[in-house]
Write a protein that binds this ligand. Sequence first.
Ligand code: SAH
Length: 246
Amino acid sequence: MRIDVITILPEMVRGALMHSVVGRAISSGIADVRVVDLRDYTEDSHRTTDDTPCGGGGGMVMKPEPIARALDAIAADHRPDRVILTDPQGEVFSQPIARELSAEEHLVFVCGRYEGVDERVKEHLVTHLYSIGDYVVSGGELPAMVMLDAIVRLLPGALGNAVSAEQESFSDGLLDYPQYTRPRSFRGWTVPEVLLNGNHADIARWRRGQQLLRTRERRPDLWERYRPSTEDMRLLAEAEAAAAAS
Ligand code: SAH
C-alpha cells in the first residue's frame, strides 16, 4: 500500500515513521510511505503556505494553491483512492474505518496547521475528512500518524502474530480482555487462576466473559450496538457472578 503524507513538518512525520510496527512495515516494503514537504510546492521565495483569514480574525489559514499542486503531482504519478484531510470537523476515525482504508491501494493524508485549511480544499480537493476525536491538536501530523498506524498495522504481514489484530479492542465491537504476564504474584496481586490451568476452552470462555463485562461497564455506547448471543449472555452472567464473589 502507498501512503503520501503532505505536511509542512516533514521531519516530525519522518521521525514518527521510523519505529516499531510502522517502521518495520516500511522497511520490509509492506507500506510505501512518502513524506511530501508542502513547501516544495510553493512558488514564492519565502515558501509561503499560509495567509491571513478573509474577513479578518486572528491566526493564519493554509493556502489552497500549494496543497493543490502537491496533490496534482501525486496524482500525476499514481491516482490515489482517497485524499484525506485531518480535520476535527470530519467523521470520527474508528477501527472499522481503519479496516476499510487498509484495503485501499493508495491514500493521501493532508495535514492542516494554524487555524486550519482554506474551505475550498475541503470542498474540492480532498475526498474525505477524518477526525481523531472531539478535541483540537495543533496540527494534522499527529492525527495523520495515528490513523496511518492504525491502518498499516492491519496490512497483511505487518504484525508478526496475525492473530493479534483479530483479537483486539473494537475488532468485533467489544473491548479486549485483560492481559497478564509473569510473575504469578506481584506485590500480592495475583493472576486469575483460570489463566494458569492450561485449559484453553476455559480460558477462551473467561476472556470472552471479561470482554462482554467490561464493554457493558465501560462503553455503554458500544454495548448498545452489540448483539450478544445466548452463549454471550451466559458468559456475561458467569463473569458478573465471579466479579461479585471476588
Ligand atoms: N480551527 C480549526 C482547528 C485547527 S487545528 C477548527 O476549530 O476546526 C489545526 C489543524 O490540526 C487542523 O486543520 C487539522 O488538520 C489538525 N487537527 C486538529 N485537531 C484535530 C483532530 N481532532 N483530528 C484531526 N485533525 C486535527
